[in-house]
Design a protein around this ligand. Structure first.
Ligand code: FES
Length: 159
C-alpha cells in the first residue's frame, strides 16, 4: 500500500475484495468507509477549486429539511456527506456498489435528471423500498447548474 498526496492509502480506494479484504485483512464495510473518507478529502479539495454551487434540499425521513450549497462537480451524495446530513450512508464511497445513498427525488425533478444507467438500475434493486420512478442513487447524480433547486427525500432506512 502507498500513501497518496492526501495522506491516505491509495490501495484502499481501489480494492474490491470480498470480506475480509484479501489485501489489507480489513472487514469489508470498514474498508469501504475508509475509501469514502479518502474520496471526501479529494472531493472537498476539488470543491474549493471550483466556483459555482447548486442549492440542494435534503429532507430526512422524519421531515427535517437541510438546504445546502453543493459545488458543481461533486455528487449529491458528497454534498450530503460533507455537510453531515444524516440518512445517506454511502458505504461504498460512491462506487455504485452498496445502494446506501438511496433517495426519493421530488416528483417535479424526476424528468429533469439524467437517466439512470444500467448499473444504477441494478443497485436500486437492493435499496430499501425503491420507487420505480423517484428512486435514485445520489452518488450517481453529478451536481451542475441544472440541479440548482433539487429536492430529495431520504428513505426510512438504508437497506
Ligand atoms: S454510495 Fe454506494 S451506491 Fe452510492
Amino acid at each position: 500500500m502507498h500513501e497518496n498526496k492526501y495522506g491516505i492509502f491509495a490501495a484502499t480506494v481501489q480494492c474490491h475484495c470480498r470480506e475480509p479484504c484479501r489485501r489489507s485483512g480489513l472487514r469489508r464495510k470498514w474498508h469501504w468507509k475508509r475509501a469514502g473518507r479518502t474520496i471526501r478529502n479529494v472531493a472537498t479539495q476539488r470543491a474549493r477549486e471550483q466556483g459555482p454551487m447548486a442549492k440542494i434540499t435534503y429532507i430526512e425521513h422524519g421531515g427535517k429539511e437541510h438546504v445546502v450549497e453543493v459545488a458543481n462537480g461533486l455528487t449529491v451524495m458528497e454534498g450530503a456527506r460533507d455537510n453531515g446530513i444524516p440518512g445517506i450512508e454511502a458505504d461504498c464511497g460512491g462506487a455504485c456498489a452498496c445502494s446506501t445513498c438511496h433517495v426519493y427525488v421530488a416528483p417535479d425533478w424526476v424528468e429533469k435528471l439524467p437517466a439512470k444507467d444500467g448499473m444504477e438500475e441494478d443497485m436500486l434493486d437492493f435499496a430499501f423500498s425503491p420507487d420505480p420512478l423517484r428512486s435514485r442513487l445520489t452518488c450517481q447524480l453529478k451536481v451542475t447548474d441544472a440541479l440548482d433547486g433539487l429536492v430529495v427525500q431520504m428513505p426510512e432506512k438504508q437497506i
